[in-house]
Ligand binder design. Structure first.
Ligand code: PGA
Length: 249
């Protein structure tokens, strides 16, 4: 029904050469039956890594961000049409680090989602609550609000092009992982929101968990009914470990 996905988010790590080595090492073990591997790499590497994997099944390269305006005087920014012009098919949108450090609002992220859809690029849309929100017991309502603000205006046809990544901020890069039950609770809630709006299309949308996914915990988390894979930061920087995660379904 829906695709299992192991997505890496390298963030601002690895030199071009180190990254290429990693891509080449991953490539040797692909495709993985039933699982799509997506690598979120820094902008300057996108085109040449896409060439390095060309013709290999079961892998794609993703950008980690795009600007919310199509073109113009925004020094240092990268537009979606630039990414489209080099063949990018996936973009990570609304990561909590972008929300936190670059003040990306739900409204801005909604615009980026719309740009992706209109360009034929698949957004990997990120949501997730802070520790304060979780401790107050408001996490389900908070994430519902994020999704309502940035995704639910889409048509059923377009929501099917989106991958959702639930990433509790308190679990990102901290070594603390949400328990499989905590992940399932949220994923089930997200799927419920989609089902209410889109009916059975909800069952076609992959919902990934992110936040300290490691080879040691991937299997248990991915085994949950509504968890369709992971968005993996730190552990995606090592070929062996990331392959173990990608094989954990
Ligand atoms: P992490 O990052 O796996 O290093 O916790 C996940 C993410 O931010 O996507």
């Amino acid at each position: 029904m829906r695709q299992n996905i192991a997505a890496g988010n390298w963030k601002m790590n690895l030199s071009y050469q180190e990254g290429l080595e990693l891509v080449k090492n991953l490539k040797k073990s692909l495709p993985i039956d039933g699982t799509k591997v997506i690598l979120g790499v820094p902008h300057p590497y996108l085109k040449s890594y896409a060439e390095a994997i060309s013709g290999v099944e079961g892998i794609a390269i993703a950008a980690q961000n795009c600007h919310h305006v199509l073109k113009g005087a925004y020094t240092g920014e990268v537009s979606i049409s630039m990414l489209n012009s080099i063949g990018v098919k996936y973009i990570i949108v609304g990561h909590s680090e972008r929300r936190q450090y670059y003040n990306e609002s739900n409204e801005m992220i909604k615009t980026k989602v719309d740009l992706c859809i209109s360009t034929g690029i698949h957004p990997i849309y990120c949501c997730g609550e802070s520790l304060d929100v979780r401790e107050a017991g408001d996490h389900v309502t908070f994430v519902k609000g994020q999704i309502e603000a940035s995704l639910l205006h889409l048509s059923a046809e377009d929501i099917a092009k989106v991958t959702i990544a639930y990433e509790p901020i308190w679990a990102i890069g901290t070594g603390v992982t949400a328990s499989p039950d905590q992940a399932q609770e949220m994923h089930n809630s997200i799927r419920g929101i989609l089902r209410e709006q889109y009916g059975d299309v909800a069952d076609t949308v992959s919902i990934l968990y992110g936040g300290s996914v490691k080879p040691q915990n991937a299997q248990e988390i991915f085994a949950k009914a509504d968890v369709d894979g992971g968005l993996v930061g730190g552990a995606s920087l090592n070929a062996e470990g990331f392959l173990e995660i990608a094989n954990a379904f």
